[in-house]
Design a protein around this ligand. Structure first.
Ligand code: SF4
Length: 593
């Protein structure tokens, strides 16, 4: 149902009256600030008849409201939500001009600033009774049992690649794909065969799984515009044959682009290569093949392609095609980059990534690690690779032995950082690949990108839990970046914060070891869990929030902030509804800022 503006005023009649009775926007701003200050004073000094948790929501909402109506933030964002509200209160904006997203944001905000978020209805009904000792512990334990059942109930909704039924289906998929390629079992177990047979068009992938007309069209358009597309036979075997996207939604979406994505990519490509460099890697590269955003660690990218291409890859502006023949950097460039590391004594850690360095040959990996290990100061070498899910056959005993040779406890740590998105991607092959490293004392970490495809209630929790069981430590959960072509993937920051607080937090500490971050272009990671690192500074007419992110250098040295527009909560909730989700489960999302 599209909310009427009337409901916004009903949420807080006092704000409605202030706006209606103010003759000018300047007066309205002053009176609103007075009202918000009064609210704070009232709740902190006089009105103690409010539950502490409701008070916390009220106080943070008051701050957000002040931030939104401030002149500073109007200038920073070039928009005035206050003007929109003022005009609406004076009947100057037709109802249909106000989007549901905008109305819903303010309806919730207005409710919260008067202490009526309705997040704790049980408090209004029966104030919690104070118990103590064993009696309290038993009651508490009963409550925790119910939480645990709630977690379990949700996790069960997501079948994993280790479920016997799924494994059986995949064995059939594998046979079908092998017949299509005329491949033998020995081919399937050989990573080189997979890398030689990456499917790069709809015709090839269409022989492995059924594609919808839209999927075919998007792949065709991607090919026409030379937008990288590719899927390994192994990864194709993880897709369900029919394109219903019930369980394999994350897997298909990971590699099959949407029309929106392809059209926007094609348009941006026309503007020149660096318009796609959203992360401003070009501006943080002091020498070819190196990216540096932090004092102690820098990135080395010797190889510029992957076994297959993730649709929302932040390096999609650099990668030409999967397994591109000229993806390896010239030897002298690699040597110069390694020398650069040698010449920068502050650096103690290297992240070797790409592209995917593990799709190169053993000899190359060995030589590169040998060169890096000769810089005695380098105490950790991380290798970023997605082969654990794209072609786990690549993790041979030989490769693991090579990497393990450079792992010297007390001197130098070797570790792997992978990118697993969903429990449906986790297979026995992935688990065995991980265990090859764990057996050798080498840790494997995971960076998950929080997209629409893994953002339903407890979907990310299900993954973290399974990762721990196969030997992978959750490391980062990335908020999807503001790249416009990836709009189909993006999830509001409020949802990521909600997930961390209401889902991840319910798991034991060793399962939720990841940090939720927004990778700020040109700056580095911003920890989104703490509101002290960012603030909501505006709500746009379409309901999208504008955030101001603080640099990690805050309180260490002066550095610029970064302003970014999020995706709208209303649209995201509508999408969840279309996926069959019960929106009551997500109702607190509006109060995560
Ligand atoms: S594996 Fe990493 S570098 Fe390669 S396409 Fe995916 S996100 Fe990009």
């Amino acid at each position: 149902m599209t909310p009427r503006f009337e409901r916004v005023w009903q949420a807080n009649p006092e704000v409605g009256a202030v706006l209606r009775e103010s003759p000018t926007i300047g007066v309205a701003r002053k009176r609103l600030f007075d009202y918000l200050n009064r609210q704070e004073r009232e709740f902190l000094n006089h009105n103690f008849n409010i539950y502490a948790l409701e008070l916390a929501t009220t106080l943070s909402s008051v701050q957000v409201m002040k931030s939104i109506i401030s002149v500073r933030n109007e200038e920073k964002t070039g928009f005035s939500a206050l003007r929109q509200l003022f005009d609406a209160a004076h009947g100057l904006v037709p109802e249909e001009k106000l989007t549901p997203g905008f109305k819903e944001e303010f309806r919730h905000l207005f409710r919260a600033i008067r202490g009526r978020s309705k997040l704790y209805p049980e408090w209004q009904a029966v104030p919690p009774k104070r118990l103590s000792g064993r009696e309290a512990a038993i009651v508490r334990s009963g409550k925790l049992d119910r939480f645990s059942e709630y977690v379990e109930e949700h996790i069960r909704r997501y079948p994993t690649g280790l479920d016997p039924k799924v494994m059986k289906r995949r064995a059939e998929n594998r046979q079908r794909i092998m017949v299509t390629f005329g491949a033998a079992e020995s081919d399937w177990n050989d990573y080189r065969w997979h890398l030689r047979n990456v499917m790069t068009d709809a015709e090839a992938l269409g022989k492995a799984v059924r594609l919808t007309p839209e999927e075919k069209q998007a792949i065709k358009l991607a090919n026409e515009h030379r937008i990288p597309f590719g899927v390994t036979p192994y990864y194709a075997s993880l897709m369900d044959f029919e394109p219903r996207r019930v369980n394999d939604h994350s897997i298909r979406a990971q590699v099959i682009p949407s029309m929106t994505y392809v059209e926007m990519m094609a348009e941006n490509k026309g503007k020149g290569l660096h318009s796609l460099d959203f992360m401003q890697e070009y501006d943080t590269s002091p020498i070819d093949l190196v990216t540096r955003r932090y004092p102690r660690i820098a990135i080395l990218k010797p190889y510029n392609t992957c076994a297959q291409i993730c649709v929302y890859c932040q390096r999609n502006w650099e990668i030409e095609q999967p397994m591109a023949p000229h993806a390896m950097a010239p030897a002298d460039q690699i040597d110069a980059a390694v020398s650069w590391f040698r010449d920068h004594p502050g650096l103690t850690e290297v992240l070797v990534t790409g592209g995917d360095p593990l799709v190169t040959g053993n000899n190359f990996i060995d030589r590169l690690l040998d060169k890096l290990s000769r810089i005695r100061r380098i105490e950790r070498i991380r290798i970023g690779s997605r082969v654990f899910v794209t072609v786990p056959q690549r993790i041979t005993k030989k490769l693991a032995d090579i990497i393990a040779r450079y792992h010297e406890p007390g001197k130098r740590e070797m570790c792997l950082v992978t990118h697993i998105q969903h429990v449906y991607e986790v297979t026995e092959e992935t688990m065995h690949a991980v265990q090859e490293f764990r057996k050798r004392g080498i840790a494997v970490y995971n960076q998950m990108v929080f997209t629409r495809e893994n953002s339903r209630r407890f979907e990310a929790v299900a993954l973290r839990r399974l990762l721990r069981l196969i030997g992978v430590d959750p490391y980062y959960t990335f908020n999807t970046k503001g790249k416009e072509e990836t709009v189909d993937f993006r999830v509001p920051i409020a949802r990521l914060r909600q997930e961390q607080k209401e889902e991840a937090r319910l798991m034991p500490g060793l399962v939720r070891t990841d940090e939720a971050v927004f990778n700020v272009p040109g700056m580095g990671k911003n920890y989104v869990r703490g509101t002290q690192h960012h603030s909501v500074i505006m709500i746009l007419p379409d309901g999208r929030r504008v955030y101001e992110f603080h640099p990690w250098e805050k309180r260490i040295s002066l550095a610029p902030t970064y302003v970014d527009t999020d995706v709208g909560i209303w649209e995201y909730l509508e999408w969840l509804k279309s996926r069959g989700e019960d929106l009551k489960d997500y109702r607190s999302i509006w109060y995560y800022y």
